[in-house]
Design a protein around this ligand. Structure first.
Ligand SMILES: N[C@@H](CCC(=O)NCCCC(=O)O)C(=O)O
Length: 253
């Protein structure tokens, strides 16, 4: 058994809900399990940490950042749109975007899933489609809430991987595969520092990375769902944790 304190420490941004009237921050177990199974030590990052001085002190102790999915949406003013967002989580936006700026400067490994990928788009000067389901040329990318979870997270459509990127390195010989799909928003435009990694058959951006970064991957699907059962999902988490271990070693030199 490895010493748990030698594992790379992965900060995971929490999400805010109201539970029995109390404001509550949570982390879904599937993200924690996927990080532990790949060899990382997850730590929860509550929204109160979103202060520049605190993050400056915290960041040297982290070896990777995971931005998980969440039913909430990024606030539209953050990518130049007007209007209200009833499903907002402003504290999460604030913490994730502050972390993204530090990730970019310090080259800390980043894995961003679903809402996390959307945050990555916004933090790098991209924009989002707010309602994919109103665009007739697109597939249905949302889940059916009436189905059992196993079916909601079942593979829903194919993605095509671009040659020469991070995904094609992590998943060699696999340029097309099925993914689950549980989102109503998606990337509309990408900033110039962002590499397109994969698209759905309808052209929607399904994965991105950063050109000038050793490991900053965003995926619109959910590889954390039963990650132990899907070889491709395991490879993504293994690749992330390997990058975090390399970063940890370089920090200690
Ligand atoms: N609200 C956004 C993001 C969707 C998302 O992250 N869904 C995940 C739900 C819960 C989970 O499995 O973590 C959108 O609709 O695009």
């Amino acid at each position: 058994m490895d010493n748990i304190f030698n594992r790379p420490i992965i900060g995971i941004v929490m999400c805010r809900y109201r539970l029995n009237q109390h404001l509550t921050q949570t982390l879904q177990e599937k993200y924690l399990n996927a990080v532990v199974a790949a060899g990382g030590l997850p730590v929860a990052l509550p929204h109160a940490l979103a202060e520049p001085e605190i993050l400056e002190e915290l960041l040297p102790h982290l070896d990777g950042i995971l931005l998980p999915g969440s039913p909430s949406n990024v606030q539209p003013h953050l990518y130049g749109e007007n209007g209200d967002e009833p499903d907002a989580d402003p504290g999460r936006d604030e913490l994730s975007l502050a972390l993204m700026r530090l990730v970019l400067n310090r080259r800390i490994p980043l894995f961003a899933i679903c809402r996390g990928m959307q945050e990555m788009v916004v933090a790098t000067q991209g924009t989002l489609h707010r309602r994919l389901y109103e665009l007739p040329e697109l597939l249905e990318h949302r889940e059916d809430h009436d189905l059992p979870l196993e079916q909601q997270y079942a593979p829903a459509h194919e993605v095509n991987v671009q040659d020469g990127g991070l995904l094609s390195q992590l998943l060699p010989d696999c340029n097309k595969f099925w993914v689950n799909s549980l989102h109503g928003q998606g990337a509309k435009t990408l900033g110039s520092s962002v590499r397109l990694e994969a698209q759905a058959a309808d052209g929607l951006v399904e994965a991105i990375s950063l050109y000038d970064h050793p490991f900053a991957l965003g995926v619109q699907w959910h590889p954390e769902w039963n990650s132990d059962e899907y070889a491709l999902s395991r490879l993504l988490f293994d690749g992330f944790i390997t990058a975090c271990k390399n970063y940890q070693k370089e920090k200690r030199l």
